[in-house]
Ligand binder design. Structure first.
Ligand SMILES: Nc1ncnc2c1ncn2[C@@H]1O[C@H](COP(=O)(O)OP(=O)(O)O)[C@@H](O)[C@H]1O
Ligand SMILES: [Mg+2]
Length: 324
């Protein structure tokens, strides 16, 4: 009976409830002894009429209310939908109207998510392309210029008087530092190691360069993982890079743990620090964290960033391997 009732359209349920109340009221009027209305109305009659009306109203609210319950369920689910954590769907509940609404909403989500994935992919492709170009120009142009300068300084060293030697040495050191910086920036822009050596080695190189630069101890546990797509590798690398940058920038940590492992068809990247943890009022979407979530979304990975009880911050990226 309940099930039958649930499949009745909303309009009919409301009309049915109202009709029931009217029928009951009319029947009561007809069969109840002594229900009369005089003109002008007597006080007792007025009391009976008003009480009857209140009972009718309460009855109709009680009968109609269950039909609207599913609407609230659907609305709550819609409100809770997070564009950066796709995949969640509204439950298909209630009568045919509400169920149709929920189903249509889910279909719309499907289209929106597909569109969003595609535009995020395009934006990231453009960004990676641009980074490659900048890295190449830095390496080929600024890098070459600095190398040429070093050679010029070397040849100058033999010709200048003794008292200028110290200054020339300083110049040589500055130039060498400049060349190192350019190389480091170029590598950060374009992780060539990723293509040449594979993900674990590229992550290891990243950790080494970070550890040196930020004067941090990075404990690494990088296991070999099954073949990932180029896109998945780049996402994991970029998330590790941003997480490490955040540690250096915000955490004031003493040590960091970087791990990559594979279990049950899922590759997990973990970056944990023992620093001061995320601020409690941290804004929902800032550039760096948003970028990580966007990249994770692209490859259907799950990203969680939280501060565990024991302190510090934990960034965990779980990438499901494609089934083959
Ligand atoms: N490892 C961390 N330890 C402490 N706070 C962090 C850490 N990572 C991120 N945060 C906090 O989260 C905020 C957002 O990070 P992010 O989106 O990367 O932006 P940005 O690094 O540009 O400030 C940071 O400003 C910082 O307050
Ligand atoms: Mg950041």
């Amino acid at each position: 009976m309940r099930h039958r009732l649930r499949s009745v359209p909303l309009l009919w349920r409301v009309s049915l409830a109202n009709a029931t109340v009217l029928v009951v009221a009319t029947t009561a009027l007809v069969v109840a002894p002594g229900v009369t209305v005089s003109i002008p109305i007597k006080l007792t009659e007025l009391v009976i009429l008003v009480s009857g009306m209140v009972v009718m109203m309460v009855l109709s609210v009680l009968l109609v209310r269950p039909a609207f319950g599913p609407l609230h369920t659907v609305a709550d689910a819609m409100r809770g939908w997070d564009p950066l954590a796709p995949g969640a769907r509204v439950p298909v509940v209630g009568g045919p109207d509400v169920a149709t609404l929920a189903r249509t909403f889910n279909e719309m989500l499907e289209r929106l998510e597909a569109e969003r994935r595609e535009s995020a992919r395009q934006a990231l492709r453009v960004q990676e392309g641009e980074r490659t170009r900048v890295a190449r120009e830095l390496h080929d142009e600024v890098g070459q210029t600095l190398t040429a300068m070093m050679l010029q300084i070397e040849s100058l060293a033999a010709k200048i008087p003794q008292e200028l030697r110290d200054e020339l040495d300083e110049l040589r050191e500055t130039t060498r530092l400049g060349a190192t910086d350019v190389r480091r920036i170029a590598v950060r822009l374009r992780p060539e190691a990723l293509e040449d050596l594979g993900l674990p080695s590229a992550l290891s190189a990243l950790a080494t360069s970070f550890g040196e630069h930020a004067k941090l101890h990075i404990d690494r546990r990088l296991a070999r993982v099954d073949a990932l797509s180029e896109e998945q590798e780049l996402v994991i690398y970029r998330v590790a890079q941003e997480a490490l940058t955040n540690v250096a920038r915000h955490a004031r940590a003493g040590s960091v743990e970087l791990s990559l492992e594979q279990a049950a068809g899922v590759v997990t990247l973990r970056v944990c620090d023992d620093g001061r943890g995320l601020p409690s009022d941290s804004p929902a979407s800032t550039t760096g964290i948003r970028g990580m979530r966007e990249r994770a979304m692209l490859i259907g990975a799950e990203l969680s960033i939280l501060s565990p009880e024991r302190g510090g911050t934990e960034v965990i990226l779980r990438v499901p391997l494609e089934e083959r």
